[in-house]
Design a protein around this ligand. Structure first.
Ligand SMILES: Cc1cc2nc3c(=O)[nH]c(=O)nc-3n(C[C@H](O)[C@H](O)[C@H](O)COP(=O)(O)OP(=O)(O)OC[C@H]3O[C@@H](n4cnc5c(N)ncnc54)[C@H](O)[C@@H]3O)c2cc1C
Length: 668
């Protein structure tokens, strides 16, 4: 049996008895939780998954994109994963970016066409990814209908502290040093180290004892809420999003949407070397594999704008009811509801009933998308959306989490730790949410394998490996968001559009080197590793201050001022090295340095690749962006494009670790 997303219905496995104790209790059976479970079980660790839903959810109407960092992490978690995922998805997609700024704004429409060999972008349905991961985790260790409510770390008696410290928390391989923090914390609190954790569930399910609990329960994490009860809820990022998967074999069976292997990104934003217009409307159409077309429409709103609210307001106005009555009703409904927001939270097929809630099939959502697309004159999108059943359209607001400092990813006893969106939920612009969750899972699996059974030591190692990097990625992702204040606070102040492109390009060049240069690329200008004095705690504090509109970004501003000339020198060197190389490399998989022509509206544009991602192993380019949308938003575009000469201002391709300079050479 298949559902609207085209994935097989996951077996109902809510009947599994709750175990009394397990090695590792993974809370959440999404992409991060299942990836960790697969990696740990392969390493002989008894990991169990506790999932709130009655079955592993597989109807999200979402697609994700994967690139080099994800492949490295997945390969090491389980060697069967990359081949299976590549088979289910579409590899090396061609990315077409259409920048359509409104007439009269001073920026020209531009189309950039990037061949598949240059993108290294794999598209795959979220549900297929989850299914591939779930296949590697035995059904009997996946416990659905287990919604975690919180946890209790169980501490040993104070007398254990001295022995524990002397024994280095019982481990070799650096365990003494790495476990020391939790031992010290215990000593300071007048108790022994934490020995285990009890995870509590809603609905009367018995608690489970574990050596480690991992909060992989998404952006609205209950485990994070228990860890940080006074923290504000996830932050709305200024974008409403509608996405859908439509069975449309060949990309043209139901409606003519795309060619096989194509990704088409359209935005009303645009960038030139000196100007930048932030998008207010974006669409994304692509081949999602398995005969499915994925489409997505994103609109900018200062406040969450759920269709259910709009319709309710209209109805109230028609009926002449007072606004206060509506607000009282909404408050009552809000208090009873579950949260919406992460990639795979489904609020029911019949449409969302509560204020501030999205979900599948919200009545009126499709008409809303159609109206906006027509108003913008984006005619190619209209038949596609019109052909889609409303029941398959998923409406959501986009949120992130403010960065946490290193120690805050774990409970004091180091028996509970966060992973994936619960630790670093981010704007999907650069397409790094799931990829970062896979990196988390990879690093936690490696740490536990190396240091087991010294869980606190392994957790410390995981925190050191992950937090600084994840915070930087998350902060960069917020540059793609729809709220100007958040976007501007996230980027270093004072950068020109051209410098933001440089930075965006360098982000990809750094990120795809994973696991090398974990916290920064020493050869880069904008993404150098933070100095030792700028610990991840300080980095998180800085990011938080920036996010709140305070004077963040100082460190990067210094880097910028001091080193932009160095970047320019590196570019010149690369360009000199490129002289005489054949531009066909861009498409043929050579080293990618050289020139090639791409089509832009009304012109043939020569693309000169002057440098590319050092981590791309001699191929033409690095991975393309998750959603390719950052070409105009400055978030992780990965392809740095600047216009030269006359003709249309150039925009950026949909990501990829290629740095290109465009020169218009011939009008057609
Ligand atoms: C529109 C959109 C596009 C995206 N595109 C990309 C992309 O191109 N590339 C990319 O890398 N990422 C992308 N992402 C991000 C990616 O989907 C997420 O980062 C990723 O799914 C996070 O995985 P996770 O396991 O941390 O959380 P989730 O996948 O959200 O899983 C959390 C799980 O925990 C369960 N759960 C929740 N509460 C509880 C509880 N109390 N107890 C037990 N279980 C619970 C949920 O039911 C769910 O199964 C996109 C996201 C969105 C919204």
């Amino acid at each position: 049996m298949t559902n609207l997303s085209g994935a097989s219905e996951a077996p109902a496995i809510s009947g599994n008895a709750t175990p009394e104790s397990v090695d590792v209790a993974i809370i959440g059976g999404g992409l991060g939780g299942l990836a960790l479970a697969a990696g740990l079980r392969r390493r002989g660790i008894d990991a169990h998954v506790f999932e709130a839903a009655p079955r592993l959810r597989n109807e999200t109407s979402t697609m994700i994109s994967l690139g080099p960092n994800a492949w490295v992490a997945l390969q090491e978690l389980h060697p069967d994963l990359p081949a299976d995922l590549r088979w289910r998805g579409v590899e090396d997609c061609q990315v077409i970016t259409r920048l359509r700024p409104p007439p009269g704004c001073g920026l020209e429409p531009t189309t950039i066409d990037r061949p598949g060999a240059a993108t290294r972008l794999t598209t795959i349905r979220w549900a297929e990814t989850q299914d591939a991961l779930a296949l590697l985790v035995p059904d009997e260790v996946v416990h659905c209908d287990h919604a975690a409510a919180g946890y209790t770390e169980e501490w040993g008696p104070a007398a254990e502290v001295g022995a524990e410290a002397a024994a280095g928390s019982g481990s070799g391989c650096g365990g003494a040093e790495e476990g020391a923090a939790s031992v010290e914390a215990a000593a300071a609190a007048g108790r022994g180290p934490a020995r285990s954790v009890l995870v509590h569930f809603r609905g009367g399910q018995p608690s489970v004892r574990a050596k480690l609990a991992v909060g992989a329960d998404g952006i609205f994490s209950a485990i994070r809420a228990a860890m940080h009860p006074h923290e504000p809820p996830p932050r709305y990022l200024g974008h409403m999003n509608w996405n859908c998967l439509l069975h449309n074999p060949g990309g043209n069976t139901v409606v003519d949407a795309h060619k096989p292997g194509q990704v088409i990104f359209t935005s009303d934003g645009a960038v030139s070397a000196s100007e930048r217009r932030e998008p207010s409307l974006m669409s994304y159409v692509c081949d999602a594999g398995g005969g499915y077309t994925f489409w997505q429409v994103r609109m900018q709103y200062e406040q969450p704008s759920f269709t259910v609210d709009l319709l309710r307001r209209q109805q109230r106005e028609q009926e002449g009811r007072p606004q206060q009555q509506e607000e009282a009703e909404q408050e009552e409904q809000d208090n009873g509801g579950a949260d919406e927001g992460s990639a795979n939270v489904i609020i029911g097929g019949g449409g969302a009933g509560r204020r501030g809630r999205g979900g599948m099939g919200v009545p009126g959502s499709k008409a809303r998308c159609l109206e906006r697309l027509k108003a913008a004159g984006w005619d190619p999108m209209v038949p596609l959306v019109a052909a889609t059943p409303e029941a398959a359209v998923f409406e959501r607001a986009l949120y992130d989490r403010l960065p946490l400092a290193e120690g805050q990813w774990a409970a004091p006893g180091r028996r509970v730790v966060l992973l994936g969106d619960s630790a670093h939920g981010m704007h999907p612009g650069p397409g790094q949410g799931a990829r970062s969750a896979f990196e988390d899972a990879h690093q936690l699996a490696l740490a536990l394998e190396a240091l087991w059974p010294d869980v606190p030591a392994a957790v410390e190692r995981y925190l050191r490996a992950r937090v600084t990097r994840a915070n930087r990625v998350q902060r960069f992702a917020s540059e793609s968001c729809g709220l100007a204040a958040v976007r501007q606070a996230a980027a270093p102040p004072g950068l020109s559009p051209a410098q933001l492109w440089d930075r965006s390009f360098e982000f990809r060049a750094w990120f795809d080197q994973y696991p090398a240069n974990m916290h920064g690329d020493p050869a880069s200008t904008y993404w150098k590793p933070p100095p030792p004095s700028l610990s991840s705690e300080a980095a998180a504090a800085e990011a938080e201050a920036a996010a709140e509109g305070a004077a963040g970004g100082e460190g990067e501003a210094v880097e910028k001022e001091g080193e932009v000339p160095a970047l320019a020198a590196r570019k010149e060197e690369a360009a000199a090295a490129a002289a005489g190389t054949d531009g066909a490399d861009l498409v043929s998989g050579g080293d990618g340095i050289g020139t090639t022509d791409v089509k832009a509206d009304g012109a043939v544009v020569q693309v000169r690749v002057v440098a590319h991602d050092g981590g791309c192993n001699g191929r033409a380019a690095g991975a393309a962006d998750g959603e390719g949308e950052d070409a105009t938003g400055g978030g992780g575009g990965g392809a740095k494009v600047a216009a030269k000469g006359q003709g249309p201002a150039a925009g950026g391709g949909g990501g990829g670790g290629v740095q290109v300079t465009l020169a218009v050479v011939q009008a057609v």
